[in-house]
Write a protein that binds this ligand. Structure first.
Ligand code: GTP
Ligand code: MG
Length: 448
């Protein structure tokens, strides 16, 4: 039979083990609960790194408004819907502000560029106006040049010596000695020996008839004779019909550098100013620069230019120009030709050919063969005129550069010897310095 103590042992043991199990379970449960709780709590916020402030690179780059606050870089994506929406809203708002900032910046730059362009345009306009005013001032300064101005050097030479002889205090009476002095003066006055003799003879015969009472009267007699010679050589500049049925063709000829192209340019400008439609024929195909020079005049005067390539046949350029003038209903064709020595026969033949081509291009053309003579050539201009006239049957003369010479008396010699009308005289380089020649005005300007 078991003792009662032994009987108690299993019961006690069971109780102890039971308590221990309960305590252990309780501890485990408590541990698990606290661990879960800890896991469900939000993590302590980490400090967000500060986004570096955008440094403006320069004054230009500085935004007009402070940049919109960007949403802080989320350490973690938002968890809730509301937070997501808020973050999205902030992002959109920042983008919109950035767009606005860029728009304003572009607007500012465009305004600055427009202002700069306006300033530049104003400056250019101011400069152009200044240049125009200066050019105008120069033209005005020269536009007043009259035939008398142009003849100033001639008056100062031949005429002042004549006045000294006949009008000065030294002129006391009329005798052979005075006539001899007069003869010498006239012979050296570029009017040519023949003409000088003719003028002197007229004065001498009046003297013999007792028509000249004093030196002043001798001067009057010389003046009358000179006027008779110049007037009888023919009319001055032709006045072209307002609307001719067919274009008038003028062929311009002369030695090198006489002033042909310049005279054509001035004529084109004067005709253009009167409303005439003009065609310029660049038949000086000898040098490319000759065409360029004429092209500038065409542009200035509003005339149309017909040209060929360098070395092209001058006749074909002239022909094309007449054809073009008919097409556009032009009133004038001015044909520029290459300068040539009047003594070079083959070159003079070439001019004959151009004339023939013009005759074919239009019946009656060329209506004018204008010989341009440089007045500074003096007596040589008369020799040139004779040769050109013989080859081409010149119809009129233009005497250039009278302003630069004391040899204006050459006009008298040419008129007398060749009986060719002086149509124009050049007294300077501007358009208005080409004057229609008026014989009486010339004599008036010469004698004063
Ligand atoms: N002072 C002055 N100069 C003139 C006058 N006519 C022309 N000239 C000048 O004379 C120079 C020669 O003129 P151009 O028209 O080229 O002469 P060109 O006869 O066509 O010459 P080539 O074609 O080489 O034969 C230029 O510098 C002209 O400005 C004038 O009446 N007075
Ligand atoms: Mg020329």
């Amino acid at each position: 039979m078991p003792s009662p103590v032994l009987a108690l042992i299993p019961t006690t043991l069971v109780a102890i083990v039971g308590v221990a199990v309960v305590v252990a379970v309780a501890l485990i449960v408590a541990g698990l609960w606290s661990a879960r709780r800890a896991a469900s709590l939000p993590a302590a916020p980490k400090p967000t790194p500060r986004a570096p402030e955008p440094k403006p690179e320069s004054k230009e780059e500085r935004p007009l408004k402070p940049a919109a606050p960007r949403p802080p870089a989320a350490a973690e994506p938002p968890k809730t819907e509301a937070e997501k929406k808020e973050a999205y809203r902030l992002k959109k708002e920042a983008e919109a502000q950035e767009r606005e900032r860029r728009r304003q910046e572009e607007e500012r730059r465009a305004a600055e560029a427009a202002e700069e362009a306006r300033g530049r345009a104003e400056e250019e306009q101011r400069r152009a106006a200044q240049a125009r005013a200066e050019a105008e001032r120069k033209v005005q300064a020269q536009a007043g040049k009259t035939l008398a101005d142009g003849l100033a050097k001639t008056r100062g030479g031949f005429m002042s010596r004549l006045n000294g002889l006949l009008g000065g205090s030294g002129a006391t009476g009329l005798d052979e000695h005075l006539l001899a002095q007069l003869e010498e003066l006239l012979f050296s006055a570029d009017i040519g020996v023949k003409t000088a003799s003719r003028v002197l003879e007229a004065a001498r015969s009046k003297l013999r008839r007792g028509e000249l009472a004093n030196p002043e009267a001798v001067k009057g007699a010389l003046r009358d004779e000179i006027e008779r010679i110049v007037v009888s050589a023919g009319a001055g500049a032709q006045v072209p019909a307002a609307a001719p049925a067919q274009p008038e063709v003028w062929m311009i000829v002369g030695v090198n550098g006489a002033g042909k192209t310049t005279t054509i340019g001035k004529l084109a400008a004067q005709l253009g100013a009167r409303g005439a439609k003009v065609v310029l024929a660049a038949a000086d195909t000898f040098r490319a620069a000759a065409t360029d020079q004429l092209a500038i005049w065409a542009q200035r005067s509003g005339a149309e230019l017909v040209k060929g390539s360098e070395g092209a046949d001058p006749g074909s350029v002239a022909f094309e120009a007449v054809k073009r003038a008919k097409e556009i209903g032009a009133s004038h064709v001015l044909v520029d030709t290459a300068g040539r020595l009047h003594t070079k026969a083959p070159l003079m033949e070439e001019l004959k050919k151009v004339k023939r081509v013009l005759q074919k291009a239009e019946p009656g053309a060329p209506q004018e063969i204008l010989l341009v003579l440089d007045a500074t050539n003096g007596q040589n201009a008369i020799a040139q005129a004779r040769q050109f006239h013989e080859t081409l049957q010149v119809t009129g003369l233009a005497l250039t550069k009278l302003d630069g010479t004391a040899k204006g008396g050459v006009v008298i010699g040419i008129s007398d010897e060749l009986k060719l009308p002086v149509r124009y005289v050049g007294v300077g380089e501007t358009v208005d310095d080409l004057k229609a020649f008026e014989p009486k005005e010339f004599v008036e300007a010469l004698f004063g």
